[in-house]
Design a protein around this ligand. Structure first.
Ligand SMILES: [Mn+2]
Length: 461
């Protein structure tokens, strides 16, 4: 057995939670299928779509989970003799259906027959895999828009999925904790490796080796860079030298699919310069203030606001910004150095449910701001106990922003440009933890990895 009896009961509870929100509506979730590299048998790694995984509990390929009239049914083709030859023996469909806690199982080709005239009412979520999406369209007899554009029964399904998946149950939390622990160990391995290697690629290797040794892998393309100001830097070809800050944003995906997402920034030499330390302390103060504000009922955007204010206060104290902090925040002056949102939902996906556009991240009736900086806020909802979010403020000197004529005109009076030049060894700093909203406040799932600058450096020896 892969799933324990408690996990099977949890899967059944998830499916009941979904069906109860959509009485009478038949629901089918497709798992998707792997993409070929150059020929079908040489494939990119397969991972089932997160909605299938969440309600089905196993990462089966070319499978459909049907929930209809209080029953949950698996459609999946038994492995062939050739499959057994190349991939070894696999459990039969009936065994897998039992592991998923399902009521029945059929070959995939019987989906249309079992659905019968309920086919016309069927609701689903479009999957990424083009092959699986055409199968969806064939079964439903209609084309499927992107999930973010879903309307009618599909739109109702999206809303119900968001309601169920937004807060994490006991099984999910146990896997999220496991994923967090692996990401912590991976960062520790990266810290230990730094003094003895010369390239970003080697630090990345140490980090990802730790994940792979735990039968996990990166939940997204790791960022391991001395060019931290490139927000989603996915290159690893720089040499690392004393004097550089290394920004590492790396999280694990465990075998069950659950993710973690941690960022730390450390000095390659093992010692922060005075200017690096000063800015690091400002980002850390912003992160701590934001985490301290996390509790049920609080609007996530107010946490972004709190972090931004503390960041500005620190930059005013350092003489980089000038003016009254509250007024600077109102003018969005923090976006010069902290242009992104303070975090996002975390779950099976690192940006959980972002395949649904903003339908998970934004409360009904809300949409993205058109203000620069605020437009990158990925989460704008009141927090609820059981949600897991990241808190990840940063400070970046992005030449394209700081030298932009409009920004210069707008914020020229807020910045002491001469003073800023003294901080030219600070290109990018981000500090990110994974935070569970609890009834009382919050719990940092990644707290085992310190954020204090001395404690971080102590892990490098
Ligand atoms: Mn993140």
């Amino acid at each position: 057995m892969i799933n324990t009896p408690a996990e099977i009961a949890q899967l059944q509870a998830r499916r009941r939670g979904l069906s109860d929100r959509l009485p009478g509506l038949p629901i089918a979730l497709w798992s998707g299928q792997a993409a070929a590299r150059n020929f079908p048998a040489n494939r990119y790694p397969f991972r089932a779509s997160s909605h299938f995984l969440y309600f089905g509990g196993l990462s089966l390929e070319r499978a459909v989970l049907l929930m209809v009239d209080g029953r949950s049914i698996l459609f999946w083709d038994e492995p062939t003799v050739a499959d057994a030859l190349w991939h070894g023996p696999e459990p039969s469909r009936v065994v897998l259906a039992a592991e998923m806690g399902l009521d029945a199982d059929y070959p995939l080709a019987e989906l249309a027959t079992v659905l019968g005239d309920r086919r016309a009412d069927l609701a689903t979520v479009a999957v990424q895999s083009p092959a699986a999406r055409s199968h969806q369209a064939a079964i439903l007899g209609r084309s499927l828009p992107e999930p973010s554009q879903a309307t009618g029964a599909d739109g109702d399904l999206v809303a119900a999925i968001v309601a169920v998946r937004s807060t994490q149950d006991a099984s999910a939390l146990s896997e999220l904790r496991r994923s967090a622990a692996i990401a912590v160990a991976a960062h520790q391995a990266g810290l230990r490796a730094t003094p003895s290697v010369t390239t970003e690629a080697e630090v990345r290797a140490a980090i990802e080796a730790e994940m792979i040794a735990c039968d996990a892998h990166p939940a997204y393309n790791s960022i391991v860079t001395i060019r931290g100001e490139v927000l989603h830097n996915e290159r690893y070809d720089n040499e690392i030298n004393p004097g550089d800050l290394l920004l590492v944003d790396a999280g694990a995906e465990v075998s069950s699919g659950w993710a973690s997402d941690i960022t730390r920034t450390w000095p390659v030499s093992g010692e922060f310069s005075a200017t690096q330390r000063a800015v690091y302390e400002v980002v850390l103060a912003a992160q701590r203030a934001a985490i301290a504000a996390v509790r049920p009922g609080v609007e996530y955007r107010s946490i972004h606001q709190t972090g931004s204010l503390v960041l500005i206060e620190g930059l005013v104290d350092l003489g980089i910004l000038q003016g009254k902090p509250a007024e600077l925040v109102d003018r969005d002056a923090h976006t010069l150095f902290f242009p992104h949102g303070i975090g996002h939902l975390l779950g099976l996906d690192v940006h959980d449910m972002e395949d649904l556009g903003d339908r998970a991240g934004y409360a009904p009736g809300r949409s993205r701001s058109d203000r620069f900086g605020w437009c990158f806020l990925r989460l704008d909802r009141p927090l609820e106990a059981g949600m897991v979010v990241t808190i990840e403020p940063g400070f970046y000197q992005v030449p394209g922003l700081l030298n932009n004529r409009d920004q210069r005109d707008r914020y020229g009076d807020c910045v002491n440009w001469e003073r800023l030049e003294e901080f030219d060894d600070v290109r990018g700093i981000r500090i990110e933890d994974d935070v569970l909203v609890t009834a009382e406040g919050s719990e940092v799932l990644t707290a085992e990895l310190p954020t204090d600058p001395d404690d971080i450096c102590a892990l490098m020896v």
